[in-house]
Design a binder for this molecule. Structure first.
Ligand code: PLP
Length: 286
């Protein structure tokens, strides 16, 4: 069942107008959540970010945050899901042709819950291949990557390049050549035992998983640095990690032609263990 503008409907009835400015112009925002054993992990943080994205594009979400949380759980329950990935999409809604957001009176609100398909265990054991691509990350003064926007062509173009290199994920540089993030993930790497990650100033989405990883680093006295890094810093790293809500802490074993050691390194392992512990702890508290 899909939640569409206040109603739960079967997928065949979950249709929106061709005049929706989300469809026409990519005018809207979204958020992805992970459901663990019927509990939505870090729901408040995700809903806060949804509202932040909305406010950055001047979009009024038609319900208050508490009602959004309730609607998320209604959707999950209607689908009887235990482990799922949930997506909320809010678009500007239907309106006449034209860019003016005021042409749209009623935003479209959709919540979808999809059963969680675990990533192959091999990925966590061996690590993924990634590629630093030519497509640059959106300039933050043009389309701020902090907005979790429906306008995903930047990432899709990068993903196409990654696929050409048979890489699982693309990593984009910003217009000044500093490392930013993946198409759906943040990046970390370990150099001289320091956990490094591009700072938000590089032009990235401040991932919720990224925040948790930095919190784990602080709690465990893992030295870390948020900064501006060059591709060469990543190519010469001892460990590389990708993070997002659904993959959690994912090791990387190859970046373009540079082969890292197979399997997760010591810091990657420690971070993933601590992350799983945080999830368990969160579930207990609900
Ligand atoms: N960066 C981008 C571009 C993303 O699309 C995502 C997740 O979808 C992330 C980073 C990771 O964010 P989070 O950890 O909140 O899932």
């Amino acid at each position: 069942m899909i939640y569409l503008n206040g109603k739960l409907v079967p997928p065949s009835k979950a249709v929106i107008s061709v005049f929706d400015h989300g469809f026409l112009y990519g005018d809207g925002i979204y958020e992805t959540f992970r459901l663990y054993n019927t509990v939505v992990f870090k729901i408040r943080e995700h809903i806060d970010r949804l509202f932040r994205s909305a406010s950055m594009i001047g979009l009024k979400i038609p319900k208050p945050p508490e009602s959004i949380a309730e609607a998320v759980y209604e959707t999950v329950r209607a689908n009887k899901h235990k482990e799922a990935v949930i997506r909320i999409t809010v678009s500007r809604g239907p309106g006449p042709l034209g860019l003016d957001p005021d042409l749209c009176v009623k935003p479209t609100l959709v919540i979808m819950s999809n059963p969680f398909k675990p990533y192959p265990a091999q990925y966590y054991k061996k690590g993924l291949k990634i590629s630093i691509v030519n497509t640059r990350r959106n300039y933050s003064k043009a389309l701020d990557p902090q907005i979790k926007s429906l306008n995903f062509l930047n990432n899709i173009l990068a993903k196409r390049e990654a696929k050409e290199s048979r890489a699982h994920e693309a990593v984009m540089l910003n217009y000044r050549g500093y490392v930013t993030e993946g198409t759906v993930s943040n990046i970390f790497f370990v150099k001289d035992n320091i956990l490094c990650t591009p700072s938000v100033k590089a032009g990235i989405l401040g991932g919720i998983t990224r925040n948790i990883i930095l919190e784990i680093a602080r709690e465990n006295n893992i030295l870390y640095k948020e900064g501006l890094f060059r591709a060469d810093d990543v190519y010469s790293a001892q460990e590389i990690i990708l993070s997002n809500t659904s993959m959690e802490v994912m090791p990387v074993s190859q970046i373009d032609d540079v082969q890292l050691k197979h399997g997760p390194g010591a810091i990657t392992k420690a971070l993933h263990r601590a992350y799983r512990k945080k999830v368990k702890h969160y579930l207990k508290g609900q």
